[in-house]
Design a protein around this ligand. Structure first.
Ligand code: COA
Length: 225
């Protein structure tokens, strides 16, 4: 009798937990859908986030575009983003188990879910840097995933990278994502220092220092979530 009651009780607990879990996942998926399919997920960012002057007096604007729009209207930007990534990352990828696979990288960068922030120098319209991001479910949790962050050599250490990360964090909070997540190569100490200075740290899903993977996963929880 006691056994029967206990098994009924456990069944009830399991079903309540399953409902709660599927409810949580439902909320996560809805949030990702809303953000990912919005016509401009950056519309929540105020001008002080998207337009700023650097310490060297460059006036920078951060524009948000879907990859679809870029491919149709400004394909030269897609080509520039790919060649900047190759220029900055090829040797780092080649010096680890990942290797450099231009076809796979180009495919990833041009997949339909890709969103981009483009940093432009307002005075001469030069392209200074960019970020590839997406709103996704990662290990059951809604996150803003930063796939790529690249700044042109001549525009580095002007806080453009930091401003781009701030804009990602603003969007992450607005769209109720739990955290901003990114992948960083272990042998890219400059990038590791850059992210750590901004408050990023090892995500619970990251390979540990003892594991052989060439990368870490970093994240920063979204405020007010
Ligand atoms: C990492 C990167 C995106 C940073 O962008 P950025 O616009 O230069 O960054 P910010 O100016 O906002 O911040 C610079 C900070 O990054 C770190 N950093 C930048 N250049 C550095 C260097 N030469 N040596 C050590 N640290 C450096 C420092 O913490 C630095 O702060 P400081 O300028 O006050 O000393 C940029 O250096 C870059 O594009 N690197 C090549 C591509 C890359 O590694 N991308 C990251 C892939 S995960």
């Amino acid at each position: 009798m006691v056994r029967v009651r206990r098994s009924r009780f456990l069944k009830g607990v399991r079903s309540a937990m399953a409902k709660r879990f599927s409810g949580r996942l439902y909320t996560a998926e809805r949030r990702v859908r809303e953000a990912q399919h919005h016509s401009d997920p950056s519309s929540c960012c105020k001008p002080e986030v998207t337009i700023f002057a650097t310490p060297k007096n460059h006036e920078i604007t951060l524009e948000c575009h879907s990859v679809k729009r870029l491919k149709e209207k400004e394909p030269h930007i897609v080509e520039w983003m790919f060649s900047l990534t190759e220029q900055n990352m090829k040797s780092l990828y080649e010096s680890c188990a990942w290797g450099w696979n231009p076809t796979a990288k180009y495919k990833e960068m041009t997949e339909s879910g890709a969103w981009y922030l483009i940093a432009k120098d307002y005075k001469n319209s030069s392209l200074a840097g960019f970020c590839h991001f997406r709103f996704v479910i990662d290990y059951g949790v809604e996150v803003l995933y930063c796939y790529e962050l690249q700044v042109e050599q001549q525009y580095r250490s002007e806080k453009i990278g930091s401003k781009i990360m701030l804009m990602l964090e603003t969007m992450s909070a607005h769209w109720k994502m739990k955290k901003v997540v990114l992948t960083v190569l272990r042998h890219n100490p400059r990038a590791i220092r850059f992210y750590m200075d901004l408050g990023y740290t090892f995500d619970e899903t990251s390979p540990s220092c003892e594991e052989p993977e060439p990368h870490y996963i970093f994240s920063k929880p979204t405020l007010a979530n």
